[in-house]
Write a protein that binds this ligand. Structure first.
Ligand code: PMP
Length: 451
């Protein structure tokens, strides 16, 4: 390997794709609880768990040892021939703790794969059911479901989609439930939630109810909107509309699931059970690449009694070492009682954010659930006018925070001409109050250096 020095021309530093060399990224060499450490010894507080991944923090010996033990016993057995003990145990554990009604598990290697599998499962379900005309998907603007072409088609992130149109799937996108920007003056939060959900019924009717297969949404929107929380009653109305028209509800909990918002499945707090749910990120907690899709017995049985099996699969689905990692992570979340901790530490984080930034002239909204918090940055608080996109404010703050030793996740997206600059915070569940203070101080330094 070449000997790389920090002052080398970034283009010469790395043979990995330009994005990495352009960032002039330091080399990460180790992890310690809530911190990552680079080759120079600099420590970074992981304020966003990477991208809401590292829920247990870094260097968790129990999880590492479980994966090592699995590798010592059995690294791989193709699911075309075998199942494996960790995959079976992980599926059992997920079903045991998932909302009642989600009875089957399909293990994959990440979030995009989970979203792809969900879309294909919905389609195959209707084909097997004798309703092949149901092929349309409805999703939401300002959402992200992954970077593979199907998941990208489902997502409503214009910036990520812009270079790949026309996309493969014909997906219509309704407005998200975005109280800060879309609630009208004088409208109660509950009324707004009902109005936002009504957009789904309107779209189903516009497309023709018998042609729609599924509605896909993130319960708490992550990467494209900085922890956007639904209005009370929104998802209950969405569920009722889906039921009324025989449309499947797919919830993408890749970012907000696995305890991140204070319940193992985020939808528990919205009182709904989807037909299909996608999880990833926190499931492997960064120790293994793993995701999963859970679905109802009705979907599974329809396919089982039809052609007999889900026409899908990647080589590494149900990978034993990945499953052992997922099993150890979910076991740790439950046995260490970390989910109630997410609620209390999440409240502390929120209080401190409000104390420090609540009156900031460029902070429009502070929102989120559990240890999943977002800050929406605005040029003008009164009018909620966003910054000029060319300024790349969120990106500048990310950079300044990184220099100060804090990892936070920025997002600058466009929705119908409205630009949103957000900072997403999703620290490990083991974060202590002193580290929350450190996070706030470093974020303050970063924001002050940019705005
Ligand atoms: N869905 C959501 C809600 C996500 O946030 C992400 C990743 N940011 C994905 C899907 C895609 O997951 P992955 O990057 O693991 O493919």
């Amino acid at each position: 390997m070449q000997n790389r020095t920090p002052d080398q021309d970034p283009a010469e530093m790395s043979h990995i794709f330009p994005r990495h060399s352009k960032l002039n990224a330091p080399v990460a060499v180790s992890g310690d609880g809530c911190y990552l450490i680079d080759k120079s010894g600099k420590r970074y507080l992981d304020g966003s768990g990477g991208a809401a991944v590292s829920c247990l923090g870094h260097g968790d010996r129990v999880v590492i040892d479980a994966i090592k033990a699995q590798l010592d016993t059995l690294a791989f057995a193709h699911t075309g021939f075998f199942t494996s003990e960790p995959a079976e145990e992980l599926a059992d554990l997920l079903i045991e703790h998932a909302p009642a009604g989600l009875d089957r598990v399909y293990l994959v290697s990440g979030g995009s794969e989970a979203a792809e599998a969900a879309i294909k499962l919905a389609r195959q379900y209707f084909v097997e059911k004798g309703e092949p005309e149901r092929g349309k998907l409805i999703a939401r603007k300002q959402s992200y479901h992954g970077n593979t072409i199907g998941a990208l088609s489902a997502g409503g992130n214009e910036w990520r989609r812009s270079q790949f149109g026309p996309l493969l799937l014909d997906v219509s996108h309704i407005d998200p439930c975005y109280e800060y920007r879309l609630r009208e003056e004088g409208e109660s939060l509950e009324d707004y939630g009902q109005r936002a959900a009504q957009a789904l019924e309107d779209e189903i009717l516009r497309l023709g109810p018998d042609t729609v297969m599924a509605f896909m949404a993130e319960p708490v929107v992550g990467a494209t909107a900085g922890a956007l929380v639904p209005a009370p009653g929104y998802f209950e109305r969405i569920r009722a509309i889906c039921d009324q028209y025989g449309v499947l509800l797919i919830l993408d909990e890749v970012m907000c699931g696995m305890g991140r918002t204070g319940s193992l499945f985020a939808c528990e707090q919205d009182g709904v059970v989807p037909d299909i749910v996608c999880i990833a990120k926190g499931l492997g907690a960064g120790y293994q690449p793993i995701g999963a899709m859970l679905c109802t017995a009705e979907i599974y049985e329809t396919i089982a009694q039809g052609t007999g099996f889900f026409q899908h699969g990647h080589t590494y689905v149900g990978h034993p070492a990945a499953a052992a990692g997922g099993l150890a992570v979910v076991t740790a979340l439950l046995e260490r009682n970390l989910i109630p901790r997410v609620q209390t530490k999440g409240e502390t984080l929120h209080e401190r954010l409000v104390e420090r930034f609540g009156q900031h002239p460029h902070v429009g909204d502070i929102r989120g659930r559990g240890l999943f918090r977002g800050i929406e940055l605005v040029r003008d608080r009164e009018s909620k006018a966003p910054f000029d996109p060319s300024q790349g404010i969120a990106g500048q703050i990310k950079k300044a925070a990184f220099e100060a030793g804090l990892i936070c996740y920025p997002m600058s997206g466009t929705i119908d001409g409205r630009r949103g600059d957000h900072i997403l915070l999703a620290p490990p569940f083991i974060i202590e109050d002193a580290q929350i203070d450190e996070l706030i101080d470093k974020l303050d330094t970063a924001i002050a250096s940019v705005l």
